[in-house]
Design a protein around this ligand. Structure first.
Ligand code: BES
Ligand code: ZN
Ligand code: ZN
Length: 509
């Protein structure tokens, strides 16, 4: 898709549609004149009249459509409500753009779209618009039969011209590139999550990671098999994997920029299917458990974005991928595992498997001595009880790191809410026979207990833990998000790493 900038009046652009963003608290007549100050009075008056007749108030998401009637070169004009000026931020622009993309994808012949979204020269708004467009255009159709009429691919927009008089060409190109890459990498992660567990096995996930290394010289990939994992003593991870016929794959993917001053490890939970193991889930509880590798998908998406944008940073992605199945070799409740750091864990619930795999991944990560470790995981059902679908839970042992990620979430349209890691939660993990149990008491701060368990394996390194179990999956599309796997975290962590790389540049100059 081609992205262009138009600095002057868009009325002469021959396009399929011109979308004009309108604020609720401004005069429609004045906004119309920004398309072209010479706009014919009769047409302008007619539009203003029709807006009144149809009670178009430019409230957020309200829209009204007109024929270009030869008064502008575009075939159609759409006035699109952006709500109150003061409330229109990057998040609203991202959602507007996604909603437009979704609306246009089902229409034929919307190949060239002109967007005058009132960006006011701001590259963050432009980036959000590009991201939103890509996110809204996403659909997953690997398994659909193309001969079925409803499955026929819709005609995609080929060209977008953004209208903004003040942004400079360099900022325009940079914002488009960042928005495009982050949008595409989110969609890449969505494709990984959407594939069923029979196909998206630990081996397939490892292949997907490897393919990122093949396409980029700055990315290297190493996959460890069961022998190497035994050698490393990752007893917690091995314990989870042994109930499945699918071999485990420990994914180690690294992007290293030559001017990097900062080294961040990203760990993603990569359970390609979570049946619960012998502490078996219910049928409905299991239905969407192919999503239990959404953390892994997200960190792969982030690394892909960083490498494509050539961000001056070092990012290492670690995924202890396996399936949680109740096969003959499966973990039994009551079994005791020895983790890589030597600590012993009594498994009182085999469905609390994510933290077991993450425990060994965290020990491994600490030995790399990074500047920070961030893990992202569909870890607890309890985070849905606490925060619903509105925000992911975040915890950590360094407030500055947690705050920076939350702030990146805010800018990228992904919300986080911090939950505590009080020492009291450690009580719930006490075991009579081992150093800890893997699950605390049911119904009591289960998200924080899981965080507390992970903290035992962090060894003091700056660390943040993101629990995305509540926001990782949608049954129905919502604003910029598609139904199915959301790939939550690709945006927030990409924004976070971009700003980390930037900070170092500023402090070093
Ligand atoms: N993968 C699940 C958590 C989950 C739930 C993810 C819903 C996405 C949507 C995790 O492995 C799990 O089963 N956690 C248990 C932990 C409990 C046994 C302590 C849970 O939350 O019930
Ligand atoms: Zn589980
Ligand atoms: Zn799980």
């Amino acid at each position: 898709m081609e992205l262009n900038l138009r600095k002057s009046s868009p009325s002469s652009i021959e396009a399929d549609v011109l979308v004009l963003g309108v604020f609720q608290d401004e005069s429609i007549e004045d906004v119309l004149k920004t398309i072209d100050p010479e706009l014919a009075d009769d047409w302008l008056n007619e539009i203003v009249h029709l807006c009144k007749a149809e009670s178009f108030k430019a409230k957020n998401k309200e829209s009204i459509s007109f024929f270009g009637s030869g008064k502008i070169a575009a075939r159609r004009l759409i006035l699109f409500g952006l709500g109150k000026t003061a409330e229109c931020d990057a998040s609203r622009i991202r959602k507007t753009s996604a909603n437009l993309a979704r609306q246009f994808a089902s229409k034929e012949g919307y190949k060239h779209v002109v967007l005058q979204l009132r960006l006011d020269g701001r590259s963050d708004l432009l980036q959000a618009a590009v991201e939103g467009w890509l996110l809204g255009s996403y659909s997953f159709h690997f398994y659909k039969n193309p001969s079925e009429e409803e499955n026929v691919a819709t005609i995609k927009t080929e060209k977008i011209t953004f209208v903004d008089g003040t942004i400079n060409e360099t900022d325009f190109a940079k914002a488009c590139r960042q928005g495009r890459v982050i949008g595409e990498c989110t969609n890449f992660a969505r494709d990984l999550i959407a594939q069923p567990a029979c196909d998206m096995t630990p081996s397939k996930l490892a292949e997907s990671a490897q393919s990122l290394a093949v396409s980029k010289g700055s990315v290297t990939c190493e996959i460890l098999d069961v022998e190497a994992i035994l050698e490393l003593g990752m007893g917690a991870y091995l314990g989870v994997a042994k109930g499945s016929h699918e071999p485990l794959k420990f994914i180690n993917l690294k992007y290293n920029h030559k001017n990097s001053k900062k080294f961040i490890v990203l760990i993603g939970k990569g359970i390609t299917f979570d049946s619960g193991g012998l502490s078996l889930k219910t049928a409905s509880g299991m239905e969407t458990m192919k999503q239990d590798m959404a953390g892994a998908a997200a960190v792969l998406g982030v690394l892909k974005a960083m490498s494509e944008l050539e961000v001056p940073i070092t990012v290492q992605v670690i995924v202890a991928a396996c399936e949680n199945m109740p096969g003959g070799g499966a973990l039994r409740p009551g079994d005791i595992l020895r983790a890589m750091n030597g600590k012993t864990i009594e498994v009182n619930n085999t469905d609390a498997e994510g933290r077991l795999t993450l425990a060994d991944a965290l020990t491994y990560a600490c030995r790399l001595k990074p500047d920070a470790i961030v893990d992202i995981a569909t870890l607890t059902g309890a985070v849905v009880t606490a925060l619903g679908r509105a925000a992911a839970g975040i915890m950590g042992n360094e407030q500055a790191l947690v705050s920076r990620i939350m702030e990146s979430g805010e800018r990228s349209g992904e919300k986080f809410w911090q939950l505590p890691l009080f020492d009291e939660y450690k009580e719930a993990l006490k075991s009579d026979v081992a150093d800890f149990k893997n699950a605390g008491s049911r119904g009591e701060a289960a998200t924080s207990c899981a965080g507390m368990f992970l903290k035992e394996f962090v060894n003091g390194a700056p660390w943040a833990h993101l629990d995305i179990a509540g926001v990782g999956w949608l049954d129905k599309e919502k604003e910029e998000l598609n139904k199915g796997g959301v790939a939550f975290g690709v945006r927030a962590l990409s924004y976070f790493l971009l700003s980390e790389a930037d900070q170092r540049n500023v402090s070093n100059s």
